[in-house]
Design a protein around this ligand. Structure first.
Ligand code: PLP
Length: 453
């Protein structure tokens, strides 16, 4: 047996005190959001109706570091931060690779993923501004669970629109959210004008993140003292995840390791950015290869266009410059619900344009098989989203093996798959298909106008 340090732990006081903001590190200024009606750039004020003021300030801040309020840091600490960095010795041995593989354990958070990092911050800022209710969407249910718990911590009502296909595939996620006190409905729902419209056109619509976002925004605009909370895509969300990468840097430094590769799955981009941005911000890591992994069924970075598009399906959000498959795109019903999003964060898109981040795409069958290998060798059942990163890591480790190169590969295990037994069950029963983009259907997108009150 080899003697290596398999679990790299930090002290609780090492929980980061600041967020790392990527905006000052981009080669070109980020293209501004546009008013969909006029096509003019919009200022931060336009976002204030939806988000807490502090989040909007963070969205456009050019500060390299932003202080984490002690109340937020305290909750992160009692929710398992700093999370361990683990050496994947079992996986390395199974692959017979000379590479060193490490994974950051975001699965150990009480709700099972990285999403709590930003949910706590957003609920805190909302509470400080006197908000009594938060509305949101969720795909796989990880984001909804994090919002439900964050709202319970701060005594705020939570309203969650959960993508219908995930709601059906993962019923216990709904129960978890309700246990924390959240109200949850499958989307498209009959609670909003937009949900009713989609259901009228297609009563069996499986839902998408884009539709659920439209519903949550409409809900926010129509309810008093309600704000919207978002689990990915925007800069303030991504920077609130930067605790992940900062801790990883401290952990790697403590064992004198420098990564060659950083790998993460990408839906909207928050777990990937949370891991990668603190490295990208440090000159000493300029040679680290950053690999973003997405499903072939929803290949925004590998097959999408870099252009302005809506963040949602109804066209209620400002237009964002990003890689997109089109806001009317309905991905196939893959089990990685958190990756069924038509776009990718504008900052990640900009870094892909710069060539700083590279993207890969995989089919769900090969992804879940990678998840099973990881479960057998490391003991942890990964979320189907995170299994995308694992598939890429396995490929990188095998490519390096062919060249007889020993590389350090670090990936973000963004969540566990304990609520994803339907996915693993289908794989084991042999009923799962590959699902690539050719099987998709499209829904019509149309702007729905709404007024507050
Ligand atoms: C476990 C897990 N990983 C990744 C994602 C994708 O989101 P993001 O790209 O914002 O990290 C999700 C989204 O729900 C998720 O639940």
């Amino acid at each position: 047996m080899r003697r290596v340090k398999t679990r790299i732990q930090l002290d609780i006081e090492d929980t980061p005190t600041h967020y790392v903001n990527i905006l000052p590190y981009l080669k070109n200024p980020l293209p501004p959001p546009l008013n969909p009606a006029t096509g003019d750039p919009i200022g931060p004020e336009a976002l204030m109706a939806l988000f807490p003021e502090e989040c909007v300030k963070q969205e456009v801040s050019m500060e390299k570091k932003i202080e984490i309020p002690w109340e937020v840091r305290g909750i992160l600490m009692r929710s398992g931060r700093p999370s361990p960095l683990q050496r994947a010795v079992g996986l390395e041995e199974a692959l017979k690779t000379p590479c060193r593989i490490y994974y950051k354990r975001e699965d150990v958070s009480p709700t099972g993923s990285h999403k709590l990092n930003t949910a706590v911050a957003q609920a805190y800022y909302a509470k400080k501004e006197g908000v009594e209710r938060l509305a949101t969407e969720t795909g796989a249910g990880q984001w909804g669970s994090a919002v439900a718990l964050a709202c319970a911590y701060f005594d705020i009502e939570a309203m969650v629109y959960m993508v219908r296909i995930s709601y059906e595939q993962k019923q216990y996620r709904g129960t978890l959210m309700r246990t924390y006190g959240a109200q949850i409905v499958p989307s498209p729902s009959d609670k909003t004008d937009y949900g009713r419209k989609v259901r009228k056109e297609d009563p069996d619509h499986p839902g998408t993140l884009g539709i659920a976002i439209s519903e949550a925004i409409e809900d926010t605009m129509k309810h008093e003292n309600t704000k919207y909370t978002l689990g990915s895509v925007l800069n303030f969300v991504l920077l609130q995840q930067s605790v992940i990468g900062q801790e990883t840097i401290m952990q790697l430094d403590s064992i004198e390791e420098t990564p060659n590769y950083l790998v993460g799955c990408v839906g909207g981009g928050s777990n990937f950015a949370g891991m990668a941005y603190p490295f990208i911000a440090e000159e000493r890591f300029r040679d680290v290869q950053c690999i973003a992994v997405e499903p072939k069924a929803c290949p925004s970075l590998t097959e999408g266009e870099y252009r302005y598009d809506f963040g949602d399906t109804a066209g209620m959000t400002p237009k964002l410059k990003m890689y997109t498959l089109g806001s009317d795109f309905t991905p196939p019903k893959i089990h990685a619900g958190g990756l069924r999003y038509h776009g990718v964060a504008p900052t990640i898109s900009a870094l892909v344009e710069e060539g700083r981040i590279k993207a890969r795409a995989y089919e769900q069958l090969e992804v879940l098989n990678a998840g099973v290998l990881f479960a057998k060798t490391e003991g942890v059942i990964p979320a189907p989203e995170s299994a995308h990163a694992i598939k890429a890591v396995i490929d990188i480790a095998l490519e390096a093996k062919k060249k007889n190169k020993s590389q350090a590969i670090v990936f973000n295990l963004s969540g566990h798959g304990h609520f994803d037994m339907a996915a693993y069950g289908a794989l084991l029963d042999g009923t799962l298909n590959g699902e690539s983009v050719s099987t998709t259907s499209r829904v019509q997108s149309e702007t729905v106008s709404i007024t507050k009150g």
